[in-house]
Structures are given as structure tokens and as C-alpha cells.
Write a protein that binds this ligand. Structure first.
Ligand code: FUB
Ligand code: ZN
Length: 643
């Protein structure tokens, strides 16, 4: 059996419309802006120290390490993003900048391959001594991903050689051998990175090591307990591990026994991504089935309507099933990126439109909310309801913000958004054994091969504001292949045309299948009508009881104070209220808003009263959740009471 795969990045060009606009923003603004942040050149922003740390470790300047154990990973993610940018849009200046940076990194690397500026500069004697907390393998994983991306984009081995040396050191250090450490990282990431490294180098040992880390995780005796004893700890776990214990790190039991998501959300999603990768590459049916089971549990019981996961601020964790609070939602941007990563990987395991629906939901809502319209500020935490004065007082967590900020002390999310949007083409479609499958609708083109025949597929669309996508198929010569177009689960009545003639849709697992001998100039039209929908949560989601979310196409909507006045909780939506969608060109970069008539309950004189209030009619305007907080600080609310 051969599986579908992503097309190489240069083969997918996004050139117009909404997603292309976001990819351009990341290319032209976000990546250069984040480079400034990593170099500590943004006045008033939290200091990164990333480039500085490497310069110090390389002996290029004097100074002290700045930041967290895993500070290096911010830089690695940025290198990955910048490399994707080079792959799609070659740029000699950026390439030279990367070359200089990689030379510094190579200089900082120790002779045996070790690379981690925190341990090199602060605790050189404690290498690999606290895998539970210190993220050494997590940081290594991000460097490996960066090295693979840089090599794939440029053909240069400069960073790839550095990370192979690092991975080989890790391979010598960890494993079941008598002189090896039977450990694994407290924060998963190295596993999926090693699979990438194996794919690009053909080094099977890297994939074996990824499998070892996964199979060893949570085995008895528990490595983290042994390690803690060795450090002389009294068995007390750090604060963020209270309640779930080692489950916080998905290490309370062997991974093969995991049936429910547990613990820190980003770690859980990165672990699942690696499990899917290994199931894919090793054709491991049992691992594939387990991964699907975990994914189903996440999607059916733990997913926000915005596609986010991990509601718990305490430890950034998954909560109980159906516990999806709105105002206290943590829903870290990185965790939603993890959802996108897992969904995309599942599509290459077996093609199911429902997984692409989840990918789209997370991408268009939670992930995009992480990025300001101007590309220069970011959200880490993504609640579904905000009253700024309350949020500021209630949360002690410094990562909860009511406005996006230019950088964070823990800046995992901003470069994660950058690397995702810089590689969006890889998420848009798959080369399948018999043709092409399109998962995301965006204006642009994909080049692929059907047999030996090169084919260009052009997509013209203003999705998600408009519901039509026009494809033009340009094979170098007539050729037979299957084109599969995702039929979004939110669309009740899709319509398909071939060269202008309406087609009966062959819906296979959520994709419209068109198999034929394609001629140059063939046209396919897909229409996915997007009426305004009221979405209700399962009755077990107590935080959304009696409320509706507004959705149109893939976008989930919210109310903002700037449009609707303060006290958004006083607004309710009559079940019969008519809601209309309208494109407003000069709002939030051009977007579709939803308008209608709501009811506003007046504030009473008493805190509690037996009087029935008389609500007044009030206009309502909802904007896409992804675009909230781009017009100053104010209240925001996604779930609306329905009356
Ligand atoms: O710990 C490394 C990263 O920082 C995690 O993935 C995020 O949740 C944040 O804690
Ligand atoms: Zn993050």
C-alpha cells in the first residue's frame, strides 16, 4: 500500500485570497519582525535573548544566558519558518542571514554534538540529568526540524550536519543498551523530529530512536521517578504536575495504553503527531488504530468550537471531558497548532474529510486568533469570552493577555504560527497514489504528477468569504487520475460542476471523487453554500448550555464591545432572529460580518430580583473570532444566550 503525502512546498503556490494573504503577511512581516524580537531589537517587548545566547555560547561575545531552559527552541522554530519561506520565495538576503546564524550555531555546538545554550552556559555539569523538566530533547527536536527544513529548502547541509551530529549523540546516549540512558523527554517533540530526519536522510536509526522514545515512555520502573531519586528529590512533583502527576507528561503509563488525552496539551498533541508519523512510516496498524482512538476522544470530548484544546490554565492541560470553559479557556495557540499537525498527518494515513474539517476549524479560528492583522503581536492564550477588567484581575498567569503582545518571556507560540503559515502549502493538499486530494480551499495552484505526466491545478477563490472554488486542470497531456475535493462537513448542500455541467457527487469519506481522463483546460467548480449557522454544543458542555455560537463556513464568530457596546452578557439572541452575512471591505482587512437583531436585558437595580426583566431590541454585529482584538481593548463573547 502506498500512502498519500504532502507535495514539496515549492509545488504549491498560494497567490490570492484569504489564506494567501495570511501566508504573505507571515512571509513579509512576521518572519522579519520575529527576527528583530529574537535579536532583542523590539523596544518595550519581553526580551528573547535567543541570538545573544548562541553568540555567547559560540564565543562571539561575552555575556550571560537569558531566558528559560527551552529558550533555544524559539530560534529553531524561526529558522524552520524562514527556511520554508526560502523554499517558496527564494531570497538571497534572508539566505545569507540564515547562513551567518547557522555558522554561529555550528560554532556553539560542542565537539561531541551537544547543543543547548542553557546547559552549555548555565549548568554544564547537568546535561541529561533532568529530562522530566528541562526540555533538552525538546529543544533538540526543534533544531532537527529546522535542519531538515533548511536542507530541504536550500540543499545546503550546513544545519543538517549540525543536527545529525546532535541526533547521533542522542542516539548514542539514549536506548536500552547497558551504557545508555533509558529515558525520554518530559516534553515530546524529539520523536516527530526524528521521523522527519529519517525521512530526509534515509537514516532508519533515527526512526528507531523515535519509536524507542515512544515505547519507553511511562514504562515501569518509571524513568522520571528514578531520575528524580538520583537528583535527591523527595518525590514531590513540581506544581504544574499536581492532579495528573506524571500523566501531565503522558508518562504515567506506557504510551500504547493511552486511550484518552491527558496532561499538557501541546505535549499530548506532539506525542500524537509522532505516533501517527510512526504508524504511517512503519505501516503499524495497531498504532494507527490507537492514534485514531485518541484523536476521536479529543475531537468528540475536548475540542473547543474554535478548534482549540487544553482548557486548563494550571499546567496548560487537557481537562475532564466536556469541560470547555469560555472565559477561563487557556486554549494555547501552540496546542491548536498541534491539532492542525495531527489532523494533517491523519489525512495521509487515510483520507477522511472529517479530519480536514477539524484542521480547518483549528486553523481558521484558534490558530489565526493568535496572530494580529498587522503580524506584529500575538496571543498565547485564546479564551472564548473576555471582560478585560475581570480577566486582568482574575488570572495570575502572565501569559493571559487581553490584547496581543509583541513577544513573551515564554515565546513558543509566535514562531510556531510563523512556521505553520510559512508551510501552509503542505497542509492544503496531498499527492495520493492515484492523483491529488485537496483539503483546504485557497487561491493558487498545485503542481503534481499523475503517473509521469506533470499536472497544474489552479484554484480561483475568495473562500472563506465566498462559497465558490473554480479549478482549472492543466495536464501536460491528457491523463487519467483521481481528483478528490473535500466536502466540508459544515456544508449541507455542496454542488459540483465539470466543464459547466452539474455532476452527481461521489462522496467518498467526505471527499468528492472525480476520476477521468483529464484534458488540458478542464474546469471543475465546487460550490459550498455557507448560510449563517447557529452551532449548539453537546448538552454535556456545561459552559455552553443554552447558548449558540454563530458560524459561517469555516469561521466561528464572536461579538466585540466596539460593535455592540459593553456588557455583552446582557445580549441574547431570539431563536427566530434573522441573521444576515455581509462583506465589509473596510473592516478588519475585509471580512464577512453577521448582523441581526438581538435583545438586551437592562441592568437591574438589585443584584438579585424576582422581577422578570423587559429586554430591549438591540442591533447585533458579529465578526470572525480570528479577527477579534484588532481594534483596541474591549469585551468579547463567542457563546450567546439563545432565547
Ligand atoms: O514548554 C515548552 C512550551 O512552552 C510548551 O509547549 C508550551 O505549552 C509552553 O509551556
Ligand atoms: Zn505556545
Amino acid at each position: 500500500m502506498s500512502y498519500p503525502t504532502s507535495l514539496p512546498l515549492p509545488s504549491v503556490k498560494l497567490d490570492h485570497g484569504f489564506l494567501a494573504g495570511r501566508a504573505r503577511l507571515v512571509r513579509d512581516t512576521v518572519i522579519p519582525w520575529q527576527w528583530e524580537a529574537l535579536n532583542d531589537r523590539i523596544a518595550g517587548a519581553e526580551r528573547s535573548g535567543c541570538v545573544h545566547n548562541f553568540q555567547v555560547a559560540a564565543g562571539e561575545k561575552a555575556g550571560k544566558f537569558h531566558g528559560l531552559f527551552w529558550q533555544d527552541s524559539d530560534l529553531a522554530k524561526w529558522i524552520e519558518a524562514a527556511s520554508y519561506r526560502l523554499a517558496t520565495h527564494p531570497d538571497a538576503t534572508l539566505e545569507a542571514e540564515l547562513d551567518r546564524l547557522i555558522a554561529t550555531i555550528a560554532k556553539a555546538q560542542q565537539a561531541d554534538g551537544y547543543l543547548n545554550t542553557y546547559f552549555q552556559l548555565v549548568e554544564p555539569a547537568n546535561r541529561w540529568a533532568n529530562l522530566r523538566d528541562c526540555h533538552e530533547l525538546y529543544v533538540a527536536g526543534h533544531f532537527i526540524e529546522a535542519g531538515v527544513a533548511h536542507f530541504t529548502a536550500t540543499g545546503q547541509r550546513s544545519l543538517l550536519d549540525v543536527v545529525c551530529k546532535l541526533a547521533d549523540l542522542i542516539g548514542r546516549t539514549f536506548g536500552p543498551g547497558p551504557d545508555q540512558v533509558p529515558g525520554y523527554c518530559g516534553h515530546e517533540e524529539i520523536e516527530l523530529a526524528l521521523v522527519k530526519l529519517a525521512r530526509v536522510t534515509g537514516g532508519e536509526r533515527y526512526r528507531d530512536l523515535a519509536l524507542y522514545f515512544i515505547e519507553q515512555r511511562g514504562q515501569s520502573p518509571n524513568y522520571f521517578e528514578l531520575e528524580a531519586k538520583r537528583r535527591g528529590e523527595d518525590g514531590k512533583l513540581p506544581w504544574h504536575m499536581h492532579h495528573d502527576g506524571l500523566g501531565t507528561l503522558q508518562a504515567a503509563r506506557p504510551v500504547r495504553d493511552l486511550a484518552e488525552p491527558v496532561g499538557h496539551a501541546v505535549r499530548m498533541m506532539y506525542l500524537l503527531a509522532a505516533m501517527i508519523d510512526l504508524a504511517h512510516d512503519r505501516k503499524d496498524a495497531a498504532l494507527a488504530e490507537q492514534s485514531r482512538g485518541l484523536w476521536s476522544a479529543i475531537v468528540q470530548q475536548h475540542l473547543y468550537v474554535t478548534g482549540g484544546v487544553g482548557p486548563e490554565p494550571h499546567g496548560e492541560k487537557f481537562g475532564e471531558p466536556f469541560d470547555l470553559p469560555a472565559d477561563r479557556a487557556y486554549a494555547e495557540t501552540c496546542a491548536a497548532i498541534g491539532v492542525v499537525m495531527c489532523a494533517r498527518r491523519l489525512l495521509d494515513l487515510d483520507l477522511r474529510g472529517a479530519d480536514a474539517d477539524v484542521m480547518e476549524r483549528a486553523l481558521y479560528n484558534n490558530v489565526l486568533a493568535g496572530l494580529a492583522l498587522d503580524g506584529r503581536t500575538y496571543f498565547y492564550v485564546n479564551p472564548l469570552e473576555v471582560v478585560p477588567t475581570v480577566a486582568k484581575r482574575r488570572y495570575e498567569c502572565h501569559l493571559v493577555k487581553t490584547q496581543r503582545v509583541p513577544w513573551f518571556g515564554c515565546a513558543c507560540c509566535p514562531p510556531n504560527v510563523a512556521r505553520l503559515f510559512a508551510s501552509l502549502g503542505a497542509y492544503a493538499c496531498s499527492q495520493t497514489p492515484d492523483g491529488l486530494a485537496v483539503h483546504l480551499y485557497a487561491g493558487g495552484e498545485a503542481r503534481f504528477k499523475a503517473g509521469n505526466v506533470p499536472v497544474r491545478l489552479r484554484a480561483q477563490t475568495e473562500y472563506p468569504w465566498q462559497d465558490r472554488v473554480e479549478f482549472r486542470i492543466e495536464p501536460a497531456q491528457a491523463v487519467e487520475f483521481t481528483l478528490q475535493l473535500r466536502l466540508p462537513g459544515w456544508c449541507r448542500a455542496p454542488r459540483l460542476t465539470l466543464n459547466g455541467a452539474v455532476q452527481e457527487i461521489e462522496n467518498v469519506a467526505g471527499y468528492a471523487r472525480l476520476r477521468r481522463v483529464w484534458q488540458p483546460g478542464d474546469r471543475v467548480g465546487l460550490e459550498v453554500p455557507m448560510p449563517v449557522e447557529r452551532v449548539r454544543a453537546d448538552a454535556r458542555v456545561f459552559a455552553a448550555a443554552g447558548q449558540v455560537a454563530l458560524q459561517r463556513g469555516p469561521m466561528v464568530y464572536c461579538l466585540e464591545e466596539v460593535d455592540n457596546g459593553p456588557q455583552l452578557s446582557a445580549l441574547s439572541l431570539p431563536r427566530t432572529a434573522k441573521l444576515e452575512a455581509r462583506f465589509v471591505a473596510d473592516l478588519l482587512g475585509g471580512c464577512v460580518v453577521i448582523e441581526g437583531t438581538a435583545l438586551r436585558t437592562p441592568a437591574g437595580e438589585a443584584l438579585y430580583s424576582t422581577e422578570t426583566p423587559t429586554p430591549a431590541v438591540a442591533p447585533l454585529r458579529a465578526v470572525p473570532y480570528a479577527l477579534w482584538a484588532n481594534r483596541g481593548e474591549g469585551e468579547m463573547r463567542l457563546w450567546l444566550r439563545e432565547t
